[in-house]
Design a protein around this ligand. Structure first.
Ligand SMILES: [Zn+2]
Length: 638
């Protein structure tokens, strides 16, 4: 699509985007589910904002990207609405290490007058509240500010940290509560806003956002964006770098650095098929385009479901589509998470449990049931392994995160336990009924943020109460409010995995040499299951035999390499140490690096090795990954 907004630039250099009404057809669904649906606020322990009194409806953002200083210089204009009788209520926003230069208010969107504001003291988890005095009848607030070079949601990369090695790169990661480190906002997922943005960058670089991106936009260092659907703040995202684009289909494509983009396009070529498979069951894709952005390897997550533009780690580019469950996952978020959103971070399982369930359904539709069942079985394995290490309070879907960083709730519980619960519902009520229920759920709560209680209420009315005999078979309260997994939980099984286990047993009993294991046609998932089913302790001879036969130390598949390196640390298999060091200094994905450092830290020599590697790697990691590894290694000498 061509430009979708008129940009009216005022004398001050400030530009306002005015959506062209004729182009609003992509937002058909959003208009009928305007964010005004939720007027009541729910308690969110991870925000200072007061959306029960004053609500932000729209953000107009202007950013200048200053690579030299590692700063985003911004002007945020918030359109606000008073929603309570308290006409004296100030506007309270979330911030973290933002330098606020000036705050003004306006009642006509043209004339702005300075107003008083205070920035509260800095809390380690929450940041600091920005309290703004609001004169009566004011409906716009304009804030001039800049970010801190160490902003928790922004990572600045030197050219040496990119694939192209020529230009710097910057990207944001707002989930869970990091949007506040680069935009002053009501940073709680219960508040949904639309946004427009103008981003200025060095001329040779391209900016992309979680908004309408026009792949044909001229590269001129001045970019305009519009996000017409109301989204929570954690889905606002920006990346700037030397990016190329490849089309994957009518409404899909991939952005990446030039040396990576063709490989990424081949890996993700099934994306359009995945969208169609999801639409067949869960209703239309409501966001216009679906593009992917492959980031440099320091991206701390596998993927981030930024609407219209999934951010993805390059560690899924295995060359054989074996790790594209990540695309299925992030795409599924276009329904579960982005369309229907957790209202607070204790409801996070509504985002992730639903998404893992949908992800497996998409895999089943595109690659067949055996593949989806393998992934489900691996998921259950990971869940059980983690359950053994978690405090009871952290095994609960509807988790209490009061006083804690919401990132602490990002375990397998919301993901795999949540998905298992939905699978239990599917198996109990039958796929047809459950599909109908979920489709209705997405339609009913479209573009809304909901709590666990609201979900349970909807579930009761629309499924449980309709089939009381079936409902009696499923312990809903136990699933949601209690630790552990109910005994009646489904156990995904895979015949292929059973064969892999039997080969593993034969090899362990020395009935066959490694060379006779029929691994040539194994999928990545079968490999992972094979490694999972070996005992924790393996002697040097066995490790060597596997490595010599299958070259696991040199594996280019990030998931297999990770499992092998975990085994190598556990069994002090030194030939893999140089690869371990290379892995830890070239990849910043938290899912991989945190467990590797944890495993190293279990012995004094390992801890020493970990500290030496981390000293070099730490400056290249994302702040979110740094926070996790600092804790693992009790790091205090930056
Ligand atoms: Zn997810």
């Amino acid at each position: 699509m061509n430009k979708i907004a008129l940009f009216v630039c005022l004398v001050s250099g400030l530009c306002l985007a005015i959506p062209l009404v004729a182009e609003v057809h992509t937002t058909e669904d959003s208009t009928k589910s305007n964010p005004s649906v939720r007027q009541h606020a729910v308690k969110d322990f991870h925000s200072y904002a007061n959306p029960g009194d004053v609500r932000v409806r729209h953000l107009n953002l202007e950013l200048e990207v200053l690579f030299g200083e590692k700063i985003l210089k911004g002007i945020a204009i918030l359109s606000i609405e008073r929603v309570s009788q308290n006409t004296q209520a100030p506007l309270i926003l979330d911030t973290r290490t933002l330098n606020i230069a000036k705050v003004e208010t306006s009642s006509d969107g043209t004339n702005y007058t300075p107003t008083t504001f205070t920035v509260g003291s800095l809390d380690k988890i929450l940041g600091a509240p920005l309290t703004i005095k609001l004169p009566e009848k004011v409906d716009r607030v304009r804030i001039n500010y800049s970010t801190d070079p160490g902003a928790s949601g922004v990572q600045w990369l030197e050219p040496s940290q990119t694939a192209g090695k020529k230009d710097p790169f910057v990207f944001t990661q707002s989930e869970s509560i990091h949007a506040r480190s680069w935009i002053p906002l009501q940073d709680t997922p219960q508040v949904r806003i639309t946004y427009t943005a103008r981003v200025r960058t060095p001329r040779n670089l391209l900016a992309v956002m979680s908004a309408e991106n026009d792949p044909r936009t001229p590269r001129d260092g001045d970019y305009h964006f519009w996000m017409p659907q109301p989204i929570p703040s954690y889905l606002i995202a920006l990346a700037v770098g030397d990016l190329s684009f490849r089309s994957l289909g009518r409404r899909t494509g991939v952005y990446a650095e030039p040396p990576v983009v063709d490989k990424a396009a081949r890996e993700f070529s099934d994306t359009e098929k995945m969208i169609q498979a999801t639409e067949r069951v869960y209703g239309p894709y409501r966001w216009g385009r679906y593009d992917l952005l492959v980031l440099p390897p320091s991206f701390p997550y596998g993927g981030m479901e930024n609407p219209r533009l999934t951010f993805a780690t390059p560690t899924v580019l295995a060359g054989d589509k074996s790790l594209v469950s990540l695309v299925a996952h992030e795409l599924a978020h276009s329904w579960s998470g982005n369309l229907v959103t957790n209202a607070t971070w204790r409801d996070f399982w509504l985002n992730e449990g639903f998404t893992v369930y949908l992800e497996r359904r998409i895999l089943e539709a595109v690659y067949g049931r055996p593949r989806a069942e393998m992934e489900a079985a691996l998921g259950r394995h990971d869940l059980e392994e983690e359950l053994a290490t978690l405090d009871e309070r952290d095994q609960i879907l509807h988790i209490d995160l009061t006083g804690r960083d919401p990132d602490a709730g990002s375990t397998n519980i919301p993901y795999e336990k949540g998905a298992l619960f939905l699978r239990h519902l599917e198996e109990t009520f039958g796929r047809e009924r459950f599909d109908r229920f979920l489709r209705g759920y997405f339609d009913h709560f479209t573009f809304q943020s909901i709590t666990t209680e609201e979900f349970v209420d909807y579930l009761k009315k629309n499924l449980l109460d309709k089939y009381p005999q079936l409902a009696a078979r499923i312990p809903v309260a136990q699933w949601i409010e209690e630790p552990g997994i109910p005994a009646s939980a489904p156990k995904p099984t895979s015949p292929a995995f059973a064969r892999v286990e039997s080969e593993a047993r034969r090899w362990l009993r020395n009935e066959i040499p490694a060379a006779k294991i029929p691994a040539a046609r194994w999928t990545t998932q079968e490999w992972l299951h094979f490694l999972n089913s070996l005992p924790q302790a393996l002697d040097r001879k066995k490790m060597e035999e596997l490595d010599e036969t299958f070259h696991l130390t040199r594996s280019g598949n990030s998931e297999i390499a990770f499992q092998w390196l975990m085994m190598s640390i556990r069994n002090r298999y030194e030939p893999a140490y140089p690869r371990l060091e290379e892995f830890l200094t070239s990849i910043g994905r938290r899912k991989f690096i945190k467990p590797l450092y944890e495993e190293l830290a279990k012995t004094p020599e390992g801890k020493e090795r970990a500290m030496a590697i981390y000293r070099r790697a730490r400056p290249t990691y994302h702040p979110i990954a740094v926070a996790s590894v600092d804790e693992v290694l009790k790091w205090n000498n930056p």
